[in-house]
Every structure is written in structure tokens, then in C-alpha cells.
Design a protein around this ligand. Structure first.
Ligand code: CA
Length: 238
């Protein structure tokens, strides 16, 4: 079982000033950092040592951050390594965290190093919790309507067909199902799924809900919008 608590962080950033600033702050926070200044070096580094997490700049010379992310998420050996994207353009956010790329989180430049450290810790905590769940001895399963969720294997099935969910989408789905019938505010979901106070990032929840619904396709109405409040998983018909 991989341990996410003491792994290295691969930091990919072509702007030397930012690279050095972030590396310094991560090291101050107690992380081991492998720096890389372009996508190719990053991919080589990942093949050499599987990092606990990758901080990946979007705009890179050569193979850009989007391509690096896509390649890593396509490869079974690297698929589960969480990726936090750095982007200067907030309009890229939907693509980054969505279906297309499956990055685990993002930070928009300019960002405070403190915020970045908080985000990294939150992702690693989440991964650690998932490892603990997956190593549990009892396989747990939730069935609701056309959905079956295998908590031990971290897989969800819609009418028997596996859903390709990112780890965040899976956690979001499970959180909604476990509180089925009860409205969850964006803040509730941010706290439960992302694991810390993420105030002001309600858009992150909306983006993930939209992607989750897309993947639920015909069953997307299981996740209801409660206008002005948040979201609710449809209660089972009694
Ligand atoms: Ca850049």
C-alpha cells in the first residue's frame, strides 16, 4: 500500500522565480521537492520516482501541463498520483478539474504559498484517508436506485456499468449519497469532500457537480439542485 504522508512532491514550473519561491515554501512546510522546469523532465522524474503529489503548471514549453496531466491520468501506474494545477487563467478551470483532465485541484496565479501548502496538505490527507478506507477488511457497498457504489474498491456502477469518476467525483458522490434526502450547502460539500475551509470556492463544487451529472447521464437527476442553497441526492422513493 502506498503511503502518501511522506512522499516527495514533484514541482513542475518553467518560471524560475515561481519555481524557487514555491520550492522554498514547500520545503519550509516540511515537504521533499523534486523540481522540474518542463513537461518532459517531469514525465521522466515521475517514471523514476512516483511522487506523492504533482504541482503542475499549465503553461509549459514543449509538452504543456494539460498534456502532461492527460498522459499521467492515462497511465495505470501514475493515474492515482494527485495533480494540483497552477494556472494563470481562471477560465481554464473547468477543463482542468473536469472530465477532460481529471486534475485533483487547481490554484489560480498569483497565489499565496500558504494557500498552496494548505491545498497540498488537504489533498494528501484525502489520499491518506482513502488508503485507510481501501485497506479496511470489510468491503462496503451502497446501493441506491440504479447506482451501486463499492466503497472498498472506490468504484461506482450505473445499472451495472462502471462509471469513470475521478477521486474527487467519487468522494462527492459518496458524500451526497450518505446524506441522501438532506440538502448540502456548497460549504458543507467543500468541508466534507475537499477536507478544509475552502470559503469562496463554491464554483469548484458546481464544476464537479456538473461533471458528475454528465457522467451519471440518464440518472443525472439523482443529484438535485436546491436553488440558493446547494445540492441534495434524491431521497429513495418510499
Ligand atoms: Ca508557465
Amino acid at each position: 500500500m502506498r503511503d502518501f504522508s511522506d512522499g516527495k512532491i514533484l514541482l513542475v514550473e518553467d518560471e524560475r522565480d515561481i519555481l524557487e519561491m514555491v520550492q522554498y515554501n514547500l520545503e519550509q512546510a516540511g515537504f521533499d521537492v523534486i523540481p522540474a522546469e518542463d513537461g518532459e523532465t517531469a514525465l521522466e522524474a515521475v517514471r523514476e520516482t512516483l511522487p506523492a503529489l504533482i504541482v503542475l503548471d499549465l503553461m509549459l514549453p514543449g509538452i504543456d501541463g494539460l498534456e502532461v496531466c492527460k498522459l499521467l491520468k492515462q497511465d495505470a501506474r501514475t493515474r492515482d498520483v494527485p495533480i494540483l494545477m497552477l494556472t494563470a487563467r481562471s477560465e481554464e478551470v473547468d477543463r482542468i478539474v473536469g472530465l477532460e483532465l481529471g486534475a485533483d485541484d487547481y490554484v489560480v496565479k498569483p497565489f499565496s504559498p500558504r494557500e498552496l501548502v494548505l491545498r497540498i496538505r488537504a489533498i494528501l490527507r484525502r489520499m491518506q484517508a482513502e488508503v485507510r478506507d481501501a485497506s479496511g477488511t470489510t468491503a462496503e457497498e451502497i446501493r441506491t436506485g440504479p447506482l451501486r457504489v463499492d466503497l472498498a474498491a472506490h468504484r461506482a456502477f450505473l445499472e451495472g456499468a462502471p462509471l469513470a469518476l475521478t477521486s474527487t467525483e467519487f468522494k462527492l458522490l459518496v458524500t451526497l449519497i450518505e446524506r441522501r434526502g438532506r440538502v448540502q450547502s456548497r460549504e458543507d460539500l467543500l468541508n466534507s469532500v475537499w477536507g478544509y475551509e475552502y470559503a469562496g470556492y463554491g464554483r469548484t463544487v458546481d464544476t464537479h457537480i456538473r461533471r458528475l451529472r454528465e457522467k451519471l447521464s440518464g440518472a443525472s437527476d439523482l443529484v438535485e439542485t436546491v436553488r440558493g442553497v446547494g445540492y441534495r441526492f434524491r431521497p429513495e422513493a418510499s
